[in-house]
Design a protein around this ligand. Structure first.
Ligand code: MG
Length: 288
């Protein structure tokens, strides 16, 4: 059950929806829309979430954007399902904001400077041959070590070794160490907060923006959202609460579905009102 405080914060946000402006719904993927799976290719959305997103696309003017640590191209197939439940392709920012895959398929990649990139490439080359017993994920802008699914003892070993190796890099300009559930990422280039700032810079003033995320890497995005001038909301989607910059805490999947339902209602009400208004303007014009 949502607390009264959460309900009133959501109501306050949804009240900011206006007829003229397309609201922006920003979503992390893993842990937020989908439960964690050791096999990441099987991380399908929580039950009912695809259907809710499909209805939001079909019944409202909402723009849906996913911002994820994964490569951008992995999200479409997982989110849409097969046969597709979510009808429209969504824009996806991958690798925590380094990649931008527009809904129409246009692709942009922003990497770090040449020296930073060379240093990172050497570390990636090393880890490709020495995975420390964990699962090494090789990204163009980052080296990522996962220990999800390992025994507690093995996980501790992988974590300690990974920290030892990543620490000296993390001190250098252009590198950031990110901690997430069962893993460490040493990355370069933009983060999720930068992605939110780029998107926000393209919006009409007063556009409602919400960001939903579960992880420590989402905090930069929560922070960026909290600085917006228009109606905004950030939500930590997670089974257990933790210290966060997010405005509200939602327990998946029930409260996540409740949030999406609230969005659908608020955004379709606005669209319905707009239709009535256009119809009445038309009627007035015909009459005069
Ligand atoms: Mg996540």
């Amino acid at each position: 059950m949502m607390t009264n405080e959460t309900v009133s914060r959501l109501d306050q946000f949804f009240a900011g929806f206006t007829r003229e402006i397309t609201p922006l719904l920003l979503l992390d993927y893993d842990g937020t829309l989908a439960p964690f799976r050791v096999d990441r290719s099987k991380a399908h959305p929580f039950k009912g979430v695809r259907e809710m997103i499909a209805r939001i696309q079909q019944q409202t003017r909402t723009r849906v954007v996913v911002i994820t640590g994964r490569p951008a191209r992995e999200i479409g197939p997982l989110l849409r399902g097969f046969p597709p439940v979510v009808p429209q392709p969504v824009e996806v920012w991958g690798l925590h904001g380094a990649e931008r895959l527009h809904a129409d398929g246009k692709y942009e990649l922003r990497l770090a400077g040449a020296e930073t990139q060379r240093t990172l490439d050497q570390l990636r080359e090393f880890l490709r041959h020495n995975n420390l017993g964990g699962e090494f994920e090789d990204k163009p802008n980052a080296a990522v070590m996962h220990w999800r699914g390992s025994s507690a003892r093995t996980a501790r070993f992988i974590e300690r070794r990974t920290r030892e190796i990543f620490a000296p890099y993390a001190e250098r300009d252009g590198f950031t160490l990110l901690e997430f559930e069962s893993g460490l990422e040493l990355r370069t280039g933009p983060n999720k907060g930068d992605a939110v700032r780029v998107l926000a810079g393209e919006l009409a003033p007063g556009t409602p923006v919400a960001y939903l995320g579960d992880d420590v890497t989402d905090e930069a995005a929560f922070d960026a959202v909290s600085r917006l001038e228009g109606p905004h909301l950030s939500a930590l989607v997670r089974a257990e609460a933790r210290a966060t910059k997010a405005n509200v805490w939602l327990q998946p999947p029930t409260e996540l579905r409740a949030f999406l339902k609230g969005w659908l209602k608020a955004a379709s009400r606005q669209r319905a009102r707009r239709r009535v208004e256009i119809a009445s303007q038309h009627a007035t014009r015909v009459a005069s």
